[in-house]
Design a protein around this ligand. Structure first.
Ligand code: FE
Length: 172
C-alpha cells in the first residue's frame, strides 16, 4: 500500500515537472516570436514583466505584433504639437511636425525622429512583403512603413496608437 502511494507521488512529480517545462517552453517561443533578436537592445524584459507594465491592448500590439482596428486608436486624429515616445520604454520615436493625415486610420508620419531609436525589419507574414517598424531600444512592434507617403521622404510610417505615448508641448 505504501509503495503504491509512493509510486503515485513519483508519477505526480514527473507529470508536474513535464507541465512546468512545457509552460516555460511556450513562454520562450513567444518571446522569440515577439523579439527575434535582443542583441543591442537597451531594454529587455520577459513577457510577464511587460504584462505588468502595459495594458492588454498595448501588450498585444507591441510584444505580439498585433494591429489595432483603423480609426479606433487614440492618436490617429491627433495633430497637437508634441512628441511621440515608445509606450514600452519611452524612447523618442516621432514628432508632431512630421505627422500627416493619411486617411488610413492609423497615426502616420513621413519621417522618424531618430534613426537610432527605430529599426526596420523585413516582414513576410500574412503572405505580404512589408517593412516592419520596431523600437530600436526595446524591440516593440510599432507598425509598418510604406513608400506612399508625402514629400520630402515619400514614406508613410503607419503606426499603432497603442505602441505610442504622446507628450504634448513644445518639441525640444
Ligand atoms: Fe521601446
Amino acid at each position: 500500500m505504501l509503495i503504491h502511494k509512493k509510486m503515485k507521488t513519483v508519477i505526480f512529480l514527473v507529470m508536474a515537472g513535464l507541465f512546468i517545462q512545457s509552460a516555460c517552453s511556450q513562454v520562450n517561443t513567444k518571446q522569440v516570436m515577439g523579439t527575434t533578436d535582443t542583441s543591442g537592445l537597451k531594454v529587455v524584459r520577459t513577457d510577464a514583466e511587460w504584462k505588468k507594465i502595459l495594458t492588454p491592448a498595448q501588450f498585444n500590439i507591441t510584444r505580439l505584433k498585433g494591429t489595432e482596428r483603423p480609426f479606433t486608436g487614440k492618436y490617429w486624429n491627433t495633430f497637437e504639437k508634441g512628441t511621440y515616445v515608445c509606450v514600452c520604454c519611452g524612447a523618442v520615436l516621432f514628432r508632431s511636425d512630421t505627422k500627416f493625415e493619411s486617411g488610413c486610420g492609423w497615426p502616420s508620419f513621413y519621417e522618424q525622429d531618430s534613426h537610432a531609436n527605430i529599426k526596420l525589419r523585413r516582414d513576410t507574414s500574412y503572405g505580404m512583403i512589408r517593412t516592419e517598424v520596431v523600437c530600436g531600444n526595446c524591440c516593440a512592434h510599432l507598425g509598418h512603413v510604406f513608400d506612399d507617403g508625402p514629400p520630402p521622404t515619400g514614406k508613410r510610417y503607419c503606426i499603432n496608437s497603442d505602441a505610442l505615448k504622446f507628450i504634448p508641448g513644445k518639441q525640444p
